[in-house]
Design a protein around this ligand. Structure first.
Ligand code: 1HN
Length: 352
């Protein structure tokens, strides 16, 4: 058959072999759609229950070693719709550290944060600054900062770790470096960032850091809870009730460039409006009892549970309790999406 009367489908298939030799190709009829009208995420909404996590954390605490220069002892929150990670951009894991253990120093280009779930007596050193980690504190490990942890308390301790690993991997920008010394040397003033910037309302006249590099490494639970309590007296946001984002005190932008961190309270009995956005989200329920409806599936949650919401999934929250508020810590990738011009949101009312 002459080339002129072959169908377009046949032409495309006939060309494939030759083009391939030159590292080229044309769209083939068997290819899936290149663009979809709206995002079709393969990530699945997922619910992890506190009792299951507690049992698994006990098990990894008892059975996995924490060796110098080795892997951290972390329970990764996985997603059946993704090859790795908790959402398309970030990994959420729960780290177990036992009394006397050291998670040795290293650094990586993935940005990381820690949110302390339970226990006391561990500290972390981030680029020479040392901070005690107490329940509800948020500690940052910005990209390429050295970090190590030591547990000096007498009960196992757990915290949530979130790293933008999938985002960094997708850009092939992974660097990692270990250290010979298990812990870093301390800076002369080992809590400088908190002394200068920790109030959240003031900054030194001489602030000379590059503003896009957040100089503040730790956000205390007490200050964050005070802020949330004050804001909680205001009328609720229709979708999130009271939700405050941890900020970079020099720019007012997000605490990390790619990962958003939010403390949220749902007042007694509230049922928020439904919306969707391009951000993927993981919620950790700090206290309370309620439900989150994600694309029509209802997840009934209680304290210690985690919920993951895929990009563009319609979601709404309910506080089932009529006399106490629920408190949630939320992690999302909205800062990364905004920087890339990819953030969109819409109310469920607007959907057809
Ligand atoms: C990591 O380096 C830490 O530094 C925690 O404590 C969790 C999960 C995946 C990859 C690296 C840490 C991690 C991690």
């Amino acid at each position: 058959m002459s080339e002129a009367i072959m169908s377009d489908t046949a032409q495309r298939q006939a060309l494939a072999g030759e083009l391939d030799q030159y590292n080229c190709r044309v769209a083939q009829p068997t290819d899936g759609p290149l663009f979809t009208r709206t995002p079709h995420s393969s990530m699945q909404a997922t619910h992890w229950k506190a009792a299951d996590l507690a049992r698994l954390l006990d098990k990894i605490g008892a059975n996995l070693k924490l060796e110098a220069g080795g892997q951290r002892r972390t329970l990764r929150l996985a997603n059946r719709g993704l090859p790795f990670g908790t959402t398309p951009t970030f990994w959420a894991s729960i780290q177990v550290i036992l009394p006397g253990e050291i998670a040795t120093a290293h650094r990586h280009t993935a940005s990381a944060l820690r949110f302390i779930m339970k226990g006391r007596g561990a500290d972390t050193i981030v680029n020479g600054e040392r901070y005690e980690m107490n329940e509800g504190d948020l500690v940052l490990t910005p990209a390429w900062t050295w970090h190590d942890h030591e547990h000096k308390g007498d009960e196992p301790m757990i915290w949530l770790d979130v790293l933008d690993i999938s985002l960094v991997r997708s850009m092939h920008a992974t660097f990692f470096e270990g250290s010979e010394a298990p812990r870093q040397p301390l800076a002369q003033i080992p809590d400088r960032s908190f002394r200068l910037y920790g109030s959240g309302i003031m900054k030194p006249l001489s602030a000379c850091e590059a503003p896009e590099l957040n100089p503040l490494l730790v956000y205390s639970a007490q200050r964050a809870h005070d802020a949330l309590r004050l804001a909680g007296a205001l009328p609720p946001d229709p979708y999130d009730d009271t939700a405050l984002e941890y900020l970079n005190p020099l720019t007012g932008g997000p605490a990390l460039p790619t990962i958003g961190t939010v403390l949220q309270s749902l007042r007694p009995g509230i049922h928020t409006k439904a919306h969707r956005h391009t951000g993927s989200v993981v919620y950790y329920v700090m206290r309370g009892q309620g439900a989150t409806i994600v694309d029509g599936t209802t997840f009934e949650w209680g304290a210690g549970d985690f919920i993951a919401i895929p990009p563009w999934a319609v979601h709404e929250h309910i506080n089932r309790c009529t006399n106490t508020s629920a408190m949630l810590f939320q992690v999302n990738d909205i800062p990364a999406l905004r920087k890339l011009g990819l953030y969109r949101e819409e109310s469920a009312d607007a959907q057809t």
